[in-house]
Design a binder for this molecule. Structure first.
Ligand SMILES: [Ca+2]
Ligand SMILES: [Ca+2]
Ligand SMILES: [Ca+2]
Ligand SMILES: [Ca+2]
Length: 488
């Protein structure tokens, strides 16, 4: 029974008091809970922020390292022994190159194709590819995956006229497209421009190599399970991008910078001087006799002229043809090769470097073809350091070599540096592809394209090294490096 006297005031004391305490407790609990949640929320966000900040820093490091590596490449190209020489891969560091806190790789192409599953690291010689602006329909048609329609459309795209090549495409074809556009009727400025050409489907251009790294990545050999739809044959069936360039141009000057002796003309004054300078008068006379020319004083031959002005009965379509007809030894030819030309142009465009081109590209050259390309690739194993085309004479028969001569060179002046980098903790992957042109002396960046969006292109092994290092909490590629001399 409650006490009536205590019914008023005392009743007010404990109850509301307890209720207040309870409410306070609940409020405190709520606030605590809220604070904990907020703390957890902010901690999570901050962790996320920190991680993404870390990632941003890593990306920045990688991007800066690529810019540094590009300067290093420029330096490599500036320091080749002789103009037009392809830098040997063992003379630079194309793999796991430390630059600041980041690491850079040069994604290249393996001349031996020894490990199809992993990328090869090195610079890529643009003269190992066919030039989109100079190759004929017949040459283009021999590329793997090329259709006669696309080969013809490529030539129509770049030629100035609007006459439709058989199977080709000029304005009326492009006007029918939606959206419609005009045929360019001017040279290609980039290989990517092929996308504009009628019939150049993306699948034809990139083939199975969706990340354009020249290696068979897991998604590129699993059939239709993941993109792309590859044929699962363990071989990388690359697209047309792999074989084409627009950059190849060779200065028509001798290694010492002087004007080359033109073999396409019939006047031999300069040739006589050159042969005498390098081989002596007697040997020069022998060679000229072989060529059907005579020195004004002495030396037999049907075309003998006045002193200092002899004529040749033959002109030469290429330096290689001159070599074949001259009877020069290989060593003699190599000495004078760089001083000779069969072109009157100051720059020769679109020559293919027979010392670096793939079998697929060599197969497109008239006189070589799919039947002779394998023999050339097999025979050149010891020619990789050479700038000579002379050895081709020993592999092809005479008629074939003479036919191929005008398309070939032993020198390269344009190189792709496809640079991929990771920053700290192997994070922040970036990839930029540069094309360098050295044809005017100092290396110049002819093209720069960000390839980061193509995704990881450094293969399984590099990824595993990064993962293992991250688990162990150690740097994946040694301590912070300063890069090799010259990268700055
Ligand atoms: Ca045209
Ligand atoms: Ca690939
Ligand atoms: Ca696939
Ligand atoms: Ca395949």
């Amino acid at each position: 029974m409650p006490d009536s006297a205590s019914e008023g005031a005392p009743a007010l004391r404990p109850r509301p008091g307890r209720r207040v305490t309870g409410s306070v407790l609940i409020i405190v609990l709520w606030i605590s809970f809220g604070l904990v949640s907020l703390t957890l929320y902010f901690a999570g966000t901050m962790n996320f922020e920190l991680r993404s900040a870390d990632h941003r820093v890593a990306s920045l490091e990688a991007a800066q390292a690529i810019a540094g590596a590009a300067r290093y490449v420029s330096n490599i190209l500036m320091n080749v022994d002789e103009p037009g020489m392809v830098p040997e891969v063992i003379t630079y560091e194309p793999e796991a190159l430390p630059v600041g806190g980041a690491t850079v790789w040069f994604i290249g192409r393996d001349p031996q194709q020894s490990r199809p599953d992993e990328p090869y690291f090195g610079l890529v010689d643009e003269a190992s590819k066919l030039n989109l602006n100079t190759a004929t329909v017949a040459m283009l048609e021999l590329l793997p995956g090329m259709t006669p329609q696309l080969a013809a459309a490529i030539v129509d795209w770049r030629d100035a006229d609007s006459d439709v090549t058989p199977n080709g495409a000029e304005d009326e074809t492009y006007q029918r497209l939606n959206p419609s556009y005009r045929c360019k009727n001017a040279p290609f400025e980039s290989v990517e421009e092929l996308r504009m050409v009628y019939g150049a489907e993306l699948a034809l251009l990139i083939g199975e190599d969706t990340n354009l790294n020249g290696a068979l990545d897991p998604n590129e050999r699993d059939g239709t399970r993941t993109m792309p739809d590859d044929n699962q044959d363990g071989v990388l069936d690359a697209g047309l991008f792999e074989y084409l360039t627009v950059y190849t141009r060779e200065p028509n000057t001798a290694p010492d910078g002087s004007t080359r002796v033109n073999l396409a003309g019939t006047n031999t004054t300069e040739l006589v001087t050159l042969l005498q300078d390098f081989l002596g008068t007697d040997r020069a006379n022998q060679v000229l006799a072989q060529l059907g020319a005579g020195l004004g004083s002495g030396g037999g031959g049907p075309g003998g002229g006045g002193a200092g002005g002899t004529t040749l009965t033959n002109t030469f379509s290429s330096v290689l043809e001159f070599y074949i007809r001259s009877g020069l030894t290989a060593d003699e030819f190599e000495m004078i090769e760089g001083y000779l030309t069969a072109s009157t142009n100051s720059v020769v465009k679109g020559l293919v470097n027979v010392n670096t081109a793939s079998e697929a590209v060599l197969a497109c050259i008239p006189g070589i073809g799919p039947e002779n390309a394998p023999a050339l690739v097999a025979a050149r194993q010891n020619q990789l350091r050479s700038t000579s085309v002379g050895w081709v004479k020993d592999v092809l028969d005479e008629a074939a070599a003479i036919q191929a001569g005008p398309y070939l060179t032993g020198r390269s002046y344009q190189f792709t540096a496809d640079l991929a980098a990771v920053g700290r903790h192997g994070r922040g992957y970036q990839r930029v592809r540069y094309v360098f042109d050295t044809s005017e002396g100092t290396p110049r960046v002819a093209a720069r394209q960000d390839f980061t969006h193509l995704g990881w292109a450094l293969g399984r092994e590099v990824r595993e090294v990064i993962w293992a290092a991250r688990q162990a909490g150690v740097p994946a590629f040694g301590s912070v490096g300063t890069g090799p001399a010259g990268w700055r």
